[in-house]
Design a protein around this ligand. Structure first.
Ligand SMILES: Nc1ncnc2c1ncn2[C@@H]1O[C@H](COP(=O)(O)OP(=O)(O)OP(=O)(O)O)[C@@H](O)[C@H]1O
Ligand SMILES: [Mg+2]
Length: 268
């Protein structure tokens, strides 16, 4: 029987390529034959529109309804099949903003997503969560539900800024609600090899995180920026572009790391 690995793509900093990474990693894994569920945990709904599902809902709704429902016993009813083979989605839109407030009053408010997703593990190889740019209750639900966190870092001047806060949150989550939370890896995104700054940031990040940093680096590439407006993952939109190629490499590295994970230490 399958037991999906749940990976939260998180960084409270905005615009570091969380959604781009969630979409393209998931689409590449799906294209390689892995049954993959994307979960949109961000009220911006960029993940949902990025896979061409804006405005679509499962039979019982999307992430908002799933998190706030009294009855969470049929979690598949909050998901839809995307137009891509092996790729499903729990969609979100603006109304998910309300969940952040409504959850506050609910019992086990940090564990709602975990409770919801656990029964879905047997249907998927991977479940990938796209978290919003904050460390509020939605991201917390993501980190509690996840087996691991993948942290995209934009290769720019303040790449490491705010990271202490994220690492502090991971530590607190491990100390209380999710002791087994791993770090899947740190991913360098929007890398521009023509600038010394990009190279300097990449080398600083590798110095800090060592082999937790994926060898694959995602270059700045216009195809990655264009694809979402067509509602198509870049790995499908222009598979031969540098950006799509990098995400395909990331998927291969991710799978190779999974195979050798048993022997590695996954703390930061
Ligand atoms: N490698 C890249 N090259 C060029 N543009 C990129 C690249 N990665 C992402 N982008 C673009 O940068 C913007 C921010 O990316 P994205 O939405 O994935 O970030 P995010 O971390 O999810 O943002 P938010 O914090 O708002 O959720 C988007 O317009 C996206 O298309
Ligand atoms: Mg996003």
């Amino acid at each position: 029987m399958k037991s999906a690995r749940i990976v939260a793509v998180a960084n409270q900093k905005g615009g570091v390529a969380k959604t781009t990474t969630a979409i393209n990693l998931a689409a590449a894994l799906a294209a390689l034959g892995n049954r993959t569920l994307l979960v949109d945990v961000d009220p911006q709904g960029n993940l949902t529109s990025g896979v061409g599902c804006k405005g679509q809902r499962g039979p019982s709704g999307g992430t908002y309804e799933a998190l706030t429902a009294d009855d969470q016993s049929a979690p598949a009813d909050f998901t839809i099949k995307t137009g891509y083979e092996n790729l499903w989605l729990m969609p979100a839109d603006r109304n998910l903003t309300g969940a952040e407030l409504e959850l506050v009053a609910m019992p086990h408010r940090e564990e709602r997503l975990k409770t919801l997703l656990n029964p879905l593990r047997e249907h998927f190889d991977f479940i990938i969560l796209d978290c919003p740019p904050s460390l509020g209750l939605l991201t917390l639900n993501g980190l509690v539900a996840a087996d691991s966190v993948l942290v995209p870092l934009h290769c720019e001047y303040f790449a490491l800024e705010g990271l202490a806060e994220l690492l502090g949150t991971l530590k607190r989550v491990r100390a209380s609600l999710n002791p087994a939370l791993d770090v899947e890896g740190v991913l360098l995104t929007m890398y521009d090899d023509r600038t010394n700054l990009g190279q300097q940031v990449a080398s600083d990040v590798r110095g800090f995180f060592g082999d937790k940093v994926f060898r694959t680096v995602i270059p700045r590439n216009v195809r990655l920026a264009e694809a979402p407006s067509h509602g198509v993952p870049a790995v499908t939109y222009d598979p031969r572009s540098r950006g799509a190629d990098a995400y395909q490499q990331l998927a291969n590295e991710f799978l190779a790391r999974r195979l050798s994970a048993a022997s590695t230490d996954n703390s930061l």
